[in-house]
Design a protein. Structure first.
Length: 324
């Protein structure tokens, strides 16, 4: 982080609290099995994806309604086209909708042109579906490519939720960070090089956190060696609650982005976990449940980007130039 942002991360001495909690709901559904989980040839896995888009989505919508929470739903293009009625229910309930690829493909495995085509299609889809351009994006698998941030800037995205420089504070994304990989066949002097930081942008990063994600511990994936799927939600709940409690003790202001999936959090045992955590959060002063768009806007108001930072294009300008 730059010196300009450093003051935001100073550990607090128990002042007035302000905590912004946001649910990022990734509707991977069938797309997740096509692009990432290795279930593209399994009728059972595809069936599980259908459950996520239908039953899981409906259950999460009811939970959010119960607690009057507006979440941010990151919807792959495949889920939007395959389950239009269910995704319309998300939109019509007043939740924010953001980008999440088309078939949950790994951006790091794509060419620049493939990435651009996918972003162009999904950006248009959501703009038409919501009546306005999306503000935020999550890279499938949280695997941002070297070109990904620049593409988001070109399309006028205002925030990303894929990287992990921090865990409870937003920050401005950099482009062009480089590092030297080890090549054991060459002299160490050729690869003993430091990380070189790139250029700061005006694209807000709302940190992703594998430890505040429901999927790795609680979704069974046949092709993943470390996939469990049977972890007791109360064990996961302890991790999430401890993370929250530590931040609440040490910071006057922090964000708490939660990543969940209807595939997982639409299951009865995990819905109950979320409800217990919500009740725990509500016992604390200064807690607000907000969208990630709100977090992004709030961060920008309090922390203007550095002079000369690469700024996002005007929202929708790329579509106008391509004659949407």
């Amino acid at each position: 982080f730059g010196a300009k942002q450093a003051n935001r991360y100073i550990i607090s001495i128990m002042g007035k609290k302000r905590v912004l909690i946001s649910w990022g709901v990734d509707v991977d559904a069938v797309a997740g099995w096509l692009g990432s989980y290795g279930g593209e040839d399994s009728a059972n896995d595809i069936s599980r994806g259908i459950f996520a888009a239908t039953v899981g989505t409906q259950r999460l919508l009811r939970m959010f309604e119960k607690y009057n929470i507006k979440a941010t739903w990151f919807i792959p293009g495949h889920s939007l086209e395959s389950f239009p009625e269910e995704m319309a229910a998300v939109r019509d309930a007043g939740h924010e909708i953001g980008l999440h690829g088309y078939s949950h493909e790994n951006p790091a495995d794509l060419t620049f042109e493939q990435q651009r085509i996918i972003l162009d299609k999904t950006y248009r889809q959501i703009t038409e579906f919501c009546g306005k351009p999306p503000k935020g994006s999550v890279a499938p698998w949280w695997e941002s490519s070297a070109e990904g941030a620049q593409l988001l800037l070109d399309y006028g995205l205002e925030y990303d939720h894929s990287l992990s420089h921090h865990d409870c504070q937003a920050y401005y994304l950099r482009t062009g960070d480089t590092w030297k990989k080890i090549d054991y066949s060459k002299h160490p002097d050729t690869w003993m090089k430091p990380l070189i930081k790139g250029k700061e942008t005006g694209l807000v990063e709302i940190p992703a956190n594998w430890y505040i994600d429901d999927l790795p511990p609680m979704m069974f994936i046949k092709t993943a060696a470390n996939s469990h799927g049977y972890v007791n939600p109360r064990d996961v709940e302890d991790i999430w609650r401890d993370h929250f409690d530590y931040c609440y003790r040490e910071y006057d202001e922090f964000i708490f982005p939660i990543s969940c999936h209807p595939d997982v959090s639409g299951r009865p045992q995990v819905i109950l976990m979320h409800e217990r955590l919500i009740e725990h959060f509500l016992k604390h002063e200064g807690v607000e449940f907000v969208t990630m768009e709100y977090i992004s806007d709030d961060f920008k108001k309090r922390n203007p980007p550095s002079t000369g930072a690469s700024m996002p294009a005007k929202a929708g300008s790329m579509l106008a130039s391509r004659n949407l």
